[in-house]
Design a protein around this ligand. Structure first.
Ligand SMILES: [Zn+2]
Length: 381
């Protein structure tokens, strides 16, 4: 602020390369700061009411402005608004209603307009200014502090960044070397597994690095939990002898196929899970029967124990008859004690965490939750 005021008042003897001005609309007062800078860099300005640039080559669309609207700059001279258009700063940042001002020697990024249009938050660090999505907290852009001003560098129009590069563009402060970038890229691609697990898989990437050195903002957002339960000792069994089951739903948003519920079946021995999306909860019975047939045909073994919570979908005549006919023992947890159905609950929680992380990172609409869950199951298995 002090620097801005010093620049605005004309006292810029300490930084002679920087010049400053106030920009005003004709009727109402709007302030902005000007500085000489390279043509691609945008200055984050919390005083400007609109985005402005004097460089017409930055626009992806530009319509000429016929009205006599002008802006007044600090020396008192008025400059007409030559056009209004759209500027694409990066994959995630597109500025709309950007004014083309012929005499402007720099590009101004209006913080208030950006926050309003893109529904984002602006976070100031000591040498960085981050723009974050309000809903997910994802960083969509970052400006660096140079000579007391926050500069946002736009991508060159023809440049399509490599995934590794695009991640490091979004999270510039987290990546200091390629190895860290590689680890984060793998972390993203594999559905946000914990870093200890990644170290086990890719020890070469963790040479001279500790697991604690890595931090993923998305994981923090998507994996909030209550304190964990005390784990029960693992009772050895053979594959498919005991199956844990749970239902999740109803989802607020239907998936792309119209599903609102989720049925998971977890094998106690291998902890592999099978996930089914359901349009109604009544599909549970037919899915369990199908699963039972699949186990017999594909793995030549029998389910001996089926464990679920007390949902009424698991306690009905049809399913009871099926279990007794096949000699399967059905056990259930006590009422209001989901901890006793821990294995299915934990697996479900893990699935939802990974699915949420995938959706946060890839910015897909909510109705893709079903596909995110199926992808998570694949990745976890
Ligand atoms: Zn993560």
């Amino acid at each position: 602020m002090e620097i801005l005021q010093r620049l605005i008042s004309g006292n810029h003897s300490t930084t002679p390369s920087v010049q400053a001005n106030i920009v005003m609309h004709e009727n109402s007062e709007h302030k902005a700061l000007l500085t000489s800078a390279d043509n691609l860099s945008w200055i984050v300005d919390y005083g400007a009411s609109d985005h402005m640039t004097g460089n017409s080559s930055l626009f992806s669309t530009l319509n000429s402005c016929n009205s006599s609207a002008t802006v007044t700059i600090a020396d008192g001279s008025k400059s007409p608004i030559k056009g209004v258009g759209t500027v694409k700063l990066s994959e995630k940042l597109t500025l709309t209603q950007v004014f083309y001002i012929l005499d402007l020697k720099c590009n101004l990024l209006s913080m208030s307009k950006l926050n309003k249009d893109l529904k984002c938050l602006t976070v100031f660090e000591s040498n960085l200014c981050l723009f974050q999505e309000r809903e997910s907290g994802t960083t969509i852009g970052c400006a660096k502090l140079i000579n007391g001003l926050y500069h946002f560098s736009a991508n060159k129009p023809s440049h399509h960044p490599h995934p590794r590069e695009s991640i490091s563009l979004s999270y510039p402060c987290c990546f200091s070397s390629n190895k860290i970038g590689d680890v984060m890229l793998l972390h993203y691609r594999l559905g946000h597994p914990n870093f200890g697990y990644l170290k086990h898989l890719f020890p070469n990437l963790f040479i001279n690095k500790k697991v604690d050195d890595f931090f993923c903002e998305v994981c923090q957002l998507s994996k909030h939990t209550r304190a964990s339960y005390i784990p029960l000792p693992y009772v050895a069994s053979k594959p498919f002898s005991k199956i844990h089951c749970d239902i999740w739903g109803a989802s607020e948003v239907s998936s792309i196929n119209g599903a609102r519920w989720l049925l998971i079946l977890v094998d106690d021995h291998t902890r592999l899970c099978w996930v089914y999306l359901m349009k109604t909860k009544s599909e549970t019975i037919s899915i369990i029967k199908q699963f039972h047939s699949m186990v017999i045909t594909q793995f030549q073994t029998q389910i001996t124990n089926f464990h679920s919570d007390n949902a009424k979908e698991f306690f009905n005549k049809d399913l009871s008859n099926f279990f007794s006919f096949n000699g399967i023992i059905h056990t259930s947890s006590c009422v209001y004690t989901p901890q006793q159905n821990g294995i299915a609950e934990c697996k479900l929680r893990h699935l939802l965490q990974v699915a949420r992380s995938i959706m946060f990172t890839s910015h897909v609409p909510k109705f893709y939750w079903g596909d995110a869950i199926l992808t998570s199951a694949y990745l976890i298995n």
